[in-house]
Structures are given as structure tokens and as C-alpha cells.
Design a protein around this ligand. Sequence first.
Ligand code: PGA
Ligand code: ZN
Length: 433
Amino acid sequence: MIRSTIIAEVRGRRVWDSRARPTVEAEVVLAGGARGRAIAPAGASRGAGEAVELRDGGPRLSGLDVRHAVASIEGPIRQALLGMDAELLEGVDRRLLEIDGTPDLARLGGNATVAVSMAVAHAAAAAAGMPLWQWLATLAGTEPLLPLPEIQIFGGGAHAGRRVDIQDFLVVCPNAGDLAEALDRTAAVYHAAGELLAKLGRLYGVADEGGFWPAFGRNEEGLELLVRAIEAAGFVPGEDVAICLDIAASEWGRKGRYRLACDGRELDSDGLAELLLQWVARYPIVSLEDPFAEDDPAAFARLRAALPRPVQIVGDDLLVTDAARVQAAARRGACTTVLLKPNQRGTLSGTLAAWQAAREAGLGGIASARSGESEDVTICHLAVGWGIPQIKVGAMARGERTAKWNELLRLAERRPHLPFAGDRGLQLRSVSR
Ligand code: PGA
Ligand code: ZN
């Protein structure tokens, strides 16, 4: 008799993301009737080492259509996966890499493979009668955990017409008792920040990830306003609500030169480090993501060594969810924490490998959505199932963002309770240098 978890059908579908751009959905049906479905997200500020997002090119939809990626799913991927066992996810992911044959999934498209990899996991979990997070935890032997959320208040950089250079001004509530409390506090700060911006006449609207799109005259204004918003919402900055920044410096820096258009100045690596150290001294910043460009790892390590107090240093474009890069960065003391974006690697197994490499090296982790998203909530289940202690999916506005926060609230209802990462989620202790 044929096993019920054998892959019996694989389909691709062209659907839409939160930037009104086409993206790829994969649907997998198993022999026993279980189904899984998942949608690939899309980044705007991408690292050079990411899996290739296959776009059609040509005149239609600014070249961003995904008919080729959908065809990858319906053609070679379907052919290769029919008859494979969905329970053996690593084997499925290995097969995807094999049939692609390039190191960065350039032929099939990382957008096609990540959607398929996630859909296979959803189908296998459905066949096992388990929520996805539980199936993933069982498979990987990990301890499930509800992650500490980092939530965007202001959006900038490539997500907001480059009006400010810093891409994300986020908040984290280290001493919140649970996820619901962290979200309650953040909502209050979000509204206070919006009112302040409106009063100052500096509110454009909302950016790609739902944070306010501000018209700041200087990058530092974002920090000043965020502190005022935290206070206006009745919280103690740094205690109840702290600040995280995604500098996303690869967007405006390379070869050690950093052009801060909003501040009208250009800095070298040491100059940018000096500026960030001033901000760390003046504001309750607990996390800095991509403080330098991806071609400047030595600057990451120098900043870490110079920090006067523990601040999490997160590698996104620098590490691109790649196990080997995570190991190298850990060796040189560049980061305390790895950002984990499944579509940077193109498979769930590759994403898990990056997280396992991080843990082995004593680094923390943040599960992350992309700036182009959908109603897909797979990222929440990865974070919970694999015990990734932090999560970042944008702001508390826009449906593709609230889909994730609301899914996490559902997962938080489970009895017995899943442990909440709380402030242990932040990687504030230093790792070996
Ligand atoms: P992206 O932004 O999805 O546009 O890359 C998110 C991030 O930089 O963390
Ligand atoms: Zn980033």
C-alpha cells in the first residue's frame, strides 16, 4: 500500500504580495489527501548572497512577473517530487537543490523552492494531525518557544522612498510578561508616534511594513521621536520599551563609504561606528541590525568590541541565512545574532541549518518576514517550533503583518503554555571574541 505521506500532486500558482507584485504560491497534496500551501515573500533590501528570486524580466509588470517560477513548480519540481515522502523534508529540500544545480537556486528560483519546501512541511504536518510548529519541533528535536517580538514603528530606507536612511525603527518590550502584553504596549507606542508625527506635520503615510513613513530632516529625529512616543504612551524608555534599529547599511554603503543622504554627509566605517556609538550612549538602543554593509564585516567586529554596554548586533545581508557565513561571522566576532529569512536560503532545511549553526556558535536568532509579504504565517511556526527566541514581521498595521501577530496570539493560547522568550530572547550577553 502506498504511504499516505507520499507526494501525489504539486501545483504552482501566481498570487499577489503586499506591494501589488506577483509572487509564487505552492500547493502540495499527499496520497492520503492531506494538503499544504505556502506563499513566497519578497525582499526589497536584499543581500548579494541570497538565493535568487526568479523574475521574468521583460516589459510586463516592470519585469517582476513570476510565470517562470510558477512554471518551475509545475514542471521540473513537480516531476522530481512526485512519489517522494513529505515526512522526509531534508530529502525533499536536497532534491530541489540537486535538480536546480546552481549554488543560489538561479534556475528554479529560490521563490519557487521556498514556497514548495514550506508547502511540503504544511502537508506533512496536516497528515500527522499536528500544527506546523509542533511537526517542525518534532522533526528537528527543538524546544518550542514563543518568541519576543521586535515591532516596527517607523519605516525608512528602501521601504519608504529612501526619505530616511535607517530602514527600521523598531521597539521591543524586554520585561513584558507575555506576548499579548508586548503587543499592547507596542500598539500604544505606535499610536503615540503617529500622533506626534501628525502634529509635527511629518507624517507621509505607512511604509511597506506598516510602520509610519516619516519625513524626518535627520536620521536621529527618528530616535528622538521614538523616545518621546514611548514616554507619551506612559512607558519607561529602555525598561518597558527599548529600541532596535535595522540600519540596512548595504543599501547606502559599500567599500567602507557610507552616504547618509538624510543627514547630508558621507562617513567611513569608523565614522559610522562613532555615530552609532553616540546613538547607543544617548538612546535606549538594545539591537543594531546590519550596522555596516555586507562587504564590511571587520567593521561589525570593531563596533562590537567598542560597545560600552551589551547591544545585540544582528546580521541580515551579512549572513543571508547561510550556515557557513554564520560560522565565519561567529569566528570573527562580527555578530551576536542571526536574522533568519527562509527565502534568503530557498529551503526550510537550509534555514534550519543556519539556525543550528548559530546556536552551536552561541549566537541568538530572529525569525524574520520580508518587506513584501502575504497572509502566509509559516514564519510564526518556524520561530515557535525551532525555538527561535525573537521574531520581526513589521509593524502592527497592514493585514499581512497582523496575520502574523494574530497567529502568534493563537499559538500563545495553547495549554500547557509554550514558554515565552521574554528578555532572554535578546542576545545581550557578549559572545566570544
Ligand atoms: P527586506 O527588509 O525584506 O526588504 O529585505 C527586511 C530587512 O531588511 O530585515
Ligand atoms: Zn534587515
